[in-house]
Write a protein that binds this ligand. Structure first.
Ligand SMILES: [Zn+2]
Length: 374
């Protein structure tokens, strides 16, 4: 970064390594993580506007007043740009850079961490590395442009440059590109294909981390509500790194068929910040049940038997009796039909008269399990 900007600034070759070092200088405050030096606050002590912009600009003015060797004056004038580029890169909320993207820009006056607006960064490019490339090109292009304008207007190029770069961070802040870092992890999350499955009575959804910060296990909560309140809630059992998906599969307690329109909200568990919300669709299917209609004990008596290993949930079966083309009985099982259990249907049809035909179907998608005449 320092080398690239040094080239764009047309520094002398022998000064390029110094430019590169200068661009990395703020990271010296990370030593505070390893050394017991209380003044070294990571991304604070040297990562702020006073050290990175005001100090070098003042130093350059002082050097000019004292008539220090031009070589050092040039470096001092280039310093605000070199140091600002470091702050901008550190504020990119992208995964390869640690994903946090927080810098204490106004340290020690304010403890607020700042970051580049993630939505704007993600909008530039969903591909992480090209966002960094864009940032580098933008900085180098701005440097070259400032020099070009300064030369055309007969200004002292590097002095114009130092002046111009004093304005970059405040201007970006005013434009809304730099925002106080949120207290919740800055990630782009989506809830895809949320649905209530019947007859299983379960809620399915896919939660994608499309980019930004990874989230630890339990950091997210998915709440499903209907008009009366919370129906069911789940939190992510494993971490959710960018590019990963959390498959939510939740059984609904109670009667899933009695629920009204459902909405899912994905929120940060600790701060409650809502990342995404979506309406649930209802997906109707049927269970593969070994159901059979059998003759009952009495005449005209029919019994539905569950010969398989799975229970039929309450409300999942419909039995209809038709006589002379007319439906004379239409019933739903209000109790589950357990494996090996039976459901006695009321008499339909009449002895000596027309026979009735019973159909046993899925109440959800109408699949026919069995048919039998009384
Ligand atoms: Zn840094």
């Amino acid at each position: 970064m320092g080398l690239l900007l040094g080239l764009a600034l047309r520094l002398r070759w022998r000064d390029l390594p110094l430019a590169a070092l200068l661009a990395e200088l703020p990271d010296l405050d990370h030593l505070g993580l390893f050394l017991p030096v209380p003044v070294l606050v990571s991304r604070g002590t040297l990562h702020n506007l006073f050290v990175c912009v005001v100090l070098p600009a003042g130093l350059a003015a002082w050097m000019r007043w004292r008539d220090v060797a031009p070589r050092w004056q040039r470096l001092a004038l280039a310093a605000p740009l070199l140091l600002t580029s470091h702050l901008l890169l550190d504020m990119l909320p992208l995964d390869p850079l640690g994903g946090v993207g927080n810098v204490l820009l106004l340290y020690p006056l304010s403890p607020t961490p700042y970051t580049l607006d993630f939505q704007a960064a993600a909008y530039l490019s969903p591909a992480t590395y090209s966002t960094i490339t864009l940032m580098l090109l933008l900085l180098a292009g701005l440097a070259a442009l400032t020099l070009w304008v300064a030369e055309r207007r007969g200004l002292r190029p590097l002095a114009a440059l130092a002046g111009a770069w004093l304005l970059v961070l405040p201007a970006a802040g005013l434009a809304g590109a730099i925002v106080p870092a949120p207290a919740y992890p800055n990630a782009l999350l989506s809830v895809e294909a949320p649905r209530l499955r019947l007859p299983e009575g379960s809620i399915l959804a896919l939660v994608h981390n499309l980019g930004g910060t990874g989230l630890g296990a339990g950091a997210l909560r998915l709440d499903v509500r209907d008009a009366h309140g919370l129906v069911v809630s789940a939190s992510n059992p494993k971490g959710l790194a960018p590019g990963e998906t959390w498959i939510v599969d939740l059984p609904v307690p109670g009667d899933a068929r009695a629920l009204g329109a459902l909405t899912a909200t994905l929120a940060h568990a600790r701060t409650g910040h809502a990342y995404a919300a979506a309406k649930l669709a209802v997906e109707r299917g049927h269970l593969d049940l070994a159901l059979r209609l059998d003759a009952g004990s009495g005449p005209l008596q029919v019994v539905a038997r569950n010969d398989g290993g799975l229970p039929a949930p309450a409300g999942s079966l419909r039995a209809t009796a038709t006589q002379n083309g007319r439906i004379v009985q239409n019933l739903t099982n209000d109790q589950p039909l357990p494996a090996g259990g039976s459901w006695t249907l009321p008499p339909a049809g009449s002895l000596g008269g027309a026979l009735a035909t019973w159909d046993l179907r899925s109440a959800d998608d109408g699949t026919l399990y069995d048919r039998r005449a009384t």
